[in-house]
Design a protein around this ligand. Structure first.
Ligand SMILES: C[S@@+](CC[C@H](N)C(=O)[O-])C[C@H]1O[C@@H](n2cnc3c(N)ncnc32)[C@H](O)[C@@H]1O
Length: 224
């Protein structure tokens, strides 16, 4: 899936040339050295979690390292459920303690994955998301124009930050690690539906600390 996409990327670049946002400042993130696997392992150990779900497994780098009861969903490779996250959630009847969302990195799909995950998340459980902090516009463009790509996952985080009953943060590590817990939002983001529809990279660039509620890796460890 990841190979031979050069032609597709070329045409997507042409599309963005005409219709895409033009904003070329970059954020120089100083990401922590620890990564998503460190966070997932820590969450499982600290909370004695029993069941893990991963959406988007690819080469099973993370999935193989998780040693509790687990389901891995991917339409192409890895995991143990062959299909998309939508297909999985349609059939699923199980509940999970830790859900790692790392599938299709578009706002609409990630939002759907979060809402579906919440239905099957145990009360003290956690949702972790990868790729929440793109450093430049080319890393977030949808449709995508490159192999190394975060997509616009960040927009789904911003939307979830407006919910009263979900507490959401973004850890400054590994391309941005989102965490969502089912509890009172201690810092509700005040954005209307109209504001959310207008989100663009320039706005993210100027406001990412506030809208994504960025925290250090150690702060993240205390919260999970
Ligand atoms: C970035 S990779 C996952 C990497 C892996 N989680 C890791 O940390 O090493 C994204 C994966 O998502 C899968 N994917 C794409 N669309 C998906 C969807 N709708 N549902 C579930 N997985 C999807 C792709 O096939 C790809 O293997």
């Amino acid at each position: 899936m990841e190979s031979n996409r050069k032609v597709e990327f070329f045409f997507n670049k042409i599309y963005h040339l005409f219709f895409g946002e033009k904003f070329f400042q970059k954020i120089n993130f100083k990401f922590d050295k620890r990564n998503r696997l460190d966070l997932i392992k820590y969450a499982i150990k600290k909370n004695d979690y029993k069941v893990y779900l991963e959406i988007g497994c690819h080469l099973d780098y993370i999935f193989n390292e998780v040693k509790i009861d687990k389901i891995g969903v991917d339409p192409i490779s890895g995991g143990n459920f062959r299909g998309t996250s939508d297909q999985f959630f349609k059939k699923n009847q199980r509940k999970f303690d830790c859900i790692f969302i790392d599938g299709l990195h578009t706002y609409q799909q990630v939002k759907k994955d979060i809402l579906n995950s919440l239905k099957f998340l145990n009360e003290n459980g956690i949702i972790i998301l990868h790729d929440c902090l793109p450093s430049c516009i080319s890393h977030q463009r949808v449709p995508r124009t490159r192999y190394k790509w975060n997509g616009d996952v960040w927009k789904a985080i911003v939307e979830i930050r407006t919910k009263e009953d979900l507490d959401t943060y973004t850890i400054l590590a590994d391309q941005g690690l989102g965490i969502i817990k089912k509890k009172k939002n201690t810092c509700i983001l005040d954005l209307t539906k109209k504001d959310l529809r207008k989100l663009n990279f320039k706005y993210y660039y100027n406001n990412y600390q506030k809208i994504m509620r960025t925290i250090t890796f150690d702060e993240g460890l205390r919260l999970i």
